[in-house]
Design a binder for this molecule. Structure first.
Ligand code: ATP
Ligand code: MG
Length: 244
């Protein structure tokens, strides 16, 4: 049976903490003198296995640092897991890091083409969809302003608008909705609901338990890189709220 959209099998993500931190020879020598140079393995994800069926809306819950973004990045292919296997079926639209795929020196107009190209759309396709993209993002007055002068919410609007102009098979959303204002959040939610009705599989991280409770069919709870509970969204939200 291959009715899954996302299948994660025994995935671990290990970071080498000390190696990452050393920025100079001097620092390395000091660390060595202090005996801090041993490599310390840090498991951001540890032996995660889970399956998300096609058309499901899955929420990922967990405290700061639990591994939620790391998990979404491995699904999106931004990070390669240290061990384990990730299988996905269909076209993925990742809304993960604000500004990833954007060049802050370029204008919004230029960035729409740039980001579209990164997502694999042709220039002609973006041209045809251009008005639709800026209408949804509501950025008509700022099209030729460099992105560095945009607010984070405005950048999120463009990102969401581009990523969802085509119906993806899998939509990955990390927090990004929370930087938009209330009105835009509602608009995004509505668009996500339409996609869900159209059978798009969604995996989302949100610190809004209400959002997970009302939008998701299923939820997963991460704690320090481990998957500690999964099930019906409402039930997992309750477990999360009572955990510490
Ligand atoms: N590139 C990296 N190098 C080293 N450690 C990392 C790296 N990326 C993430 N981590 C660590 O992995 C852990 C999980 O991070 P992650 O960003 O997945 O957490 P999160 O659940 O998304 O948290 P938040 O709710 O704050 O967004 C954290 O302790 C983080 O410091
Ligand atoms: Mg995160």
């Amino acid at each position: 049976m291959s009715n899954y959209a996302i299948k994660i099998s025994d995935v671990s993500m290990v970071f080498d903490l000390h190696k990452e931190n050393i920025s100079s020879l001097k620092e390395m020598i000091i660390k060595r003198l202090k005996g801090q140079l041993q490599t310390e393995k840090f498991y951001a994800l540890q032996n995660i296995s889970l399956t998300i069926e096609k058309g499901e809306v899955a929420g990922i819950l967990g405290f700061n640092g639990a591994g939620k973004s790391t998990l979404l990045k491995t699904i999106a292919g931004v990070l390669v897991p240290s061990t384990g296997k990730i299988e996905t079926q269909g076209k993925i639209a990742p809304l993960i890091e604000l500004g990833a795929g954007f060049d802050m020196e370029l204008t919004a107009r230029e960035n729409i083409f740039l980001n579209g190209a990164i997502l694999g759309y042709s220039r002609r396709f973006i041209q045809n969809k251009f008005d639709e993209i800026i209408d949804f993002a509501e950025i008509h007055d700022f099209l030729d302003v460099p992105l560095k002068n945009y607010s984070s919410g405005m950048i999120a609007r463009i990102g969401f608008s581009i990523a969802t102009v085509v119906k993806p098979d899998i939509l990955i959303v990390d927090e990004i909705l929370s930087v938009g204002d209330y009105k835009f959040q509602m608009k995004c939610e509505e668009r996500i609901r339409t996609m869900i009705g159209d059978d798009t599989t969604v995996i989302m991280v949100s610190h809004s338990i209400e959002q997970i409770r009302t939008m998701c069919t299923k939820a997963f709870l991460l704690q320090q890189g481990r998957l500690i509970a999964q099930g019906e969204a409402a039930e997992i939200c309750d477990i999360y709220m009572n955990s510490n």
